[in-house]
Ligand binder design. Structure first.
Ligand code: SF4
Length: 390
């Protein structure tokens, strides 16, 4: 049984968008950051529903630059970035955690990832595209093959986090018994930042290896090019780091207090307590539930992930397009992660695409707003002028 947090109608609009789904859209070059669903202030919260919550938080606005309403057939003003030099992007965007999909989005275009936060209404419009919804429904259908999805009303951030923990707790015994789990929430601190994600599927191979399988649905019947594939590789690599960290006991109570600022003594809502009771957990607070999870993780004796596999399917026909096993090099992965996080922690400015990848701008929903794009164009004109013979 997998529980989804339920909060209101916003969830219905933004629901069903999975990590993987978001990336798929990007991989289809539809991009505008479809997966634009980005971790909101509370996004660390609940597994599959976490993404939904994040999105709804985003849709409601968080005091960011939501004001840049897009109007058809009119040039949109470029939003002014008001930057407090003393604050980091994590602080400016009220982030206590980052979603893995946000970092994968960065590998496509960092400026686009930033615009997805500054212009959430543009991102929302993309999420309502038919292709995005179609990809999301594929993931939901797969989840329903192995889980019953139960809506649980979450009132507080602590409630949503509790649902996340319950989802993970419910999947540990399935993995211990050699079964298949889907939409497994993973979380933890990597390189000093609390990160969250949702693994599409974990199962055991015939040789007893624990295999992570990430499904990518594609609009075109072809495998992705390198520009998209590198984000997919990063995604599964980070999931492995997070999952392995959980089963090795790296998660601590302090992570929830220091990074997420959650109130562990906060009594959980009635619906969450009822759901926990049905699963056999008699708890009162988030701290109680966290203690149960930490104990389970300490003694679960689950292995780390052995195989990282990307599976590509055609969205319309459902036909398999191919699969790729991704090599795992922890040093390289962490170096890439540190580089990506250096923007979020305020050590550098965001970057747009290089001139060789300017083709991405042509399919970007933020092109009209993009300062980087404008500066690049200006630069190329200047360069061209400079080269003119006198
Ligand atoms: S216009 Fe180009 S550089 Fe700007 S956000 Fe879009 S893809 Fe990135």
């Amino acid at each position: 049984m997998n529980s989804h947090a339920s909060q209101g109608t916003d969830d219905l609009v933004w629901g069903n968008i999975s990590d993987a789904e978001l990336l798929d859209v990007q991989s289809e070059h539809l991009l505008t950051e479809p997966k634009s669903i980005i971790p909101g202030p509370d996004s660390h919260d609940c597994g599959v529903s976490e993404k939904r919550d994040v999105a709804s938080e985003r849709a409601k606005g968080t005091g960011l630059a939501v004001s840049a309403t897009v109007k058809e057939n009119r040039p949109c003003p470029t939003p002014k970035r008001k930057r407090d030099p003393a604050s980091t992007p994590m602080e400016r965007f009220f982030r206590r955690s980052l979603n893995v999909t946000m970092l994968c989005k960065q590998t496509w275009c960092e400026m686009q990832a930033v615009y997805s936060l500054e212009l959430p209404l543009v991102a929302k419009r993309e999420l309502e595209r038919a292709e995005v919804k179609a990809g999301a429904s594929v993931h939901l259908a797969r989840e329903l093959e192995v889980h019953e999805v139960v809506p649980v009303r979450a009132v507080t951030r602590e409630d949503r986090q509790a649902i996340n923990l319950l989802n993970l707790l419910g999947m540990i015994p399935v993995l211990q018994a050699g079964g298949v789990v889907r939409e497994l929430p993973v979380f933890g601190v990597l390189e000093g930042v609390y990160m969250v994600g949702v693994i599409d599927e974990l199962h055991y191979s015939d040789r007893g290896e624990l295999v992570l399988s990430e499904l990518k649905t594609r609009r075109h019947s072809s495998l992705p090019r390198e520009a998209q594939a590198k984000g997919h590789r990063l995604q599964v690599g980070l999931y492995k780091l997070l999952f392995d960290g959980l089963v090795r006991g790296f998660l601590t109570r302090d992570d929830f207090v220091e990074h997420l600022r959650l109130r562990l003594e906060q009594p959980l809502g009635a619906a969450v307590l009822q759901h926990a009771g049905k699963l056999g957990f008699q708890v009162t607070t988030l701290g109680d539930l966290l203690d149960v999870l930490l104990l389970n993780l300490r003694y679960c004796e689950l292995p780390g992930i052995d195989v990282l596999r990307l599976e590509y399917r055609h969205q319309d026909s459902g036909l398999a397009l191919g699969s790729q096993d991704v090599p795992f090099d922890e040093d390289l992965l962490r170096a890439e992660l540190r580089n990506l996080l250096s923007y979020w922690t305020g050590r550098r400015e965001p970057r747009g695409v290089d001139i060789e990848e300017a083709w991405k701008c042509g399919m970007c929903a933020y092109e009209k707003h993009c300062q980087w794009r404008g500066e690049q164009l200006q630069g190329s004109v200047t360069l061209h002028t400079d080269k003119k013979p006198k």
